[in-house]
Design a protein around this ligand. Structure first.
Ligand code: HEC
Ligand code: HEC
Length: 236
């Protein structure tokens, strides 16, 4: 009886999670976190491909509205090698299609990727009050994608040669965030380690605390700790 009940519920659930993960269509979002220099929306068109030892995440990005043809959007990618240590190699690509088989020429980074990606791939957060609405299906797909992204755990970011730096190297930019409410996860090793946050991550740190996304799971941030973080990221 129980076996049948498990099959009855388990099979459809398994089929659902497989179709959520393996629907081949890209998803376009208005990013909640990324904005243009003039605070206009940034649009991201994202897809990924799973492999036994390697996942590839690829994204087209528009800083000039959602109506510019996709082939003109900036194109970037991240290749996750699932060995130990797990690594993510970052690529800026020349504009083109969202294809996995030939990423095409790798060009200089247009931004210091490490500023917002201290631990490889980022959870995807659409601005649901923006210009684009997301179907219930794509919301469920993003939920499944974000579980995949979180499941990578600690990831070492890797760069390729570029004239634009991949990370800022000054001691000030690399000062670590040492606030206890964050360091329990944002440290380099141990259970749940997510990589040390550094001052160059100030934009993402500010976004996470302003939107009450971090610390997660109902953990709280005291007023004193919030103040310490704000000083650390240069707010007075
Ligand atoms: C200003 C912050 C910022 C910078 C700089 C940045 N990214 Fe991202 N990136 C994000 C955010 C945030 C996401 C998640 C999507 C979203 O919510 O908008 C993302 C998503 C991605 C994704 C899709 C997979 C994922 O992580 O969700 C790729 C690929 C990517 N970025 C590559 C790059 C590369 C390559 C660079 C450097 C050339 C770079 N990014 C620089 C903020 C940034
Ligand atoms: C319980 C563990 C935990 C704690 C505590 C925690 N974080 Fe996170 N943090 C995560 C995880 C897991 C992610 C990636 C998934 C996500 O974005 O939701 C993340 C992502 C981030 C990112 C994006 C860079 C990245 O690694 O993907 C920033 C910035 C960040 N957290 C800031 C903070 C700050 C600031 C605090 C303290 C106020 C904090 N976090 C506390 C687990 C934690």
């Amino acid at each position: 009886m129980l076996g049948r009940a498990i099959l009855f519920i388990g099979l459809p659930l398994g089929a659902l999670s497989l179709s959520l993960l393996f629907d081949p269509e890209p998803i376009t979002i208005q990013s909640q976190e990324s904005k243009t220099a003039t605070l206009s929306p940034v649009f991201n068109r994202i897809n990924w491909r799973a492999g036994a030892s390697q996942d590839i995440w690829i994204m087209q990005q528009s800083h000039s509205g959602r109506h510019t043809p996709h082939e003109k959007w900036d194109r970037i990618a991240m290749v996750i090698e699932k060995g130990a240590p797990r690594t993510a190699t970052f690529y800026q690509l020349s504009p083109g299609h969202l294809s996995f088989d030939d990423l095409g020429p790798k060009i200089d980074y247009r931004a210091a990727c490490l500023m917002c990606h201290p631990n490889g791939p980022r959870a995807i957060r659409p601005d649901t009050h923006g210009e684009l609405s997301l179907s219930m299906w794509n919301r469920m797909r993003l939920f499944a994608w974000n579980i995949r992204i979180k499941s990578y755990g600690r990831v070492q970011p890797q760069s390729i040669p570029s004239r634009t730096p991949f990370r800022y190297s000054s001691p000030a930019a690399n000062a670590p965030l040492l606030v206890a409410a964050c360091v329990r996860c944002h440290r380099d090793g141990g259970l749940l380690a997510r990589g040390t946050l550094r001052r160059q991550n100030f934009l993402s740190i500010g976004f996470m605390i302003d939107n009450h996304i971090m610390p997660p799971f109902g953990l709280s941030l005291s007023e004193k700790e919030r103040r310490e973080i704000e000083l650390f990221i240069g707010r007075s």
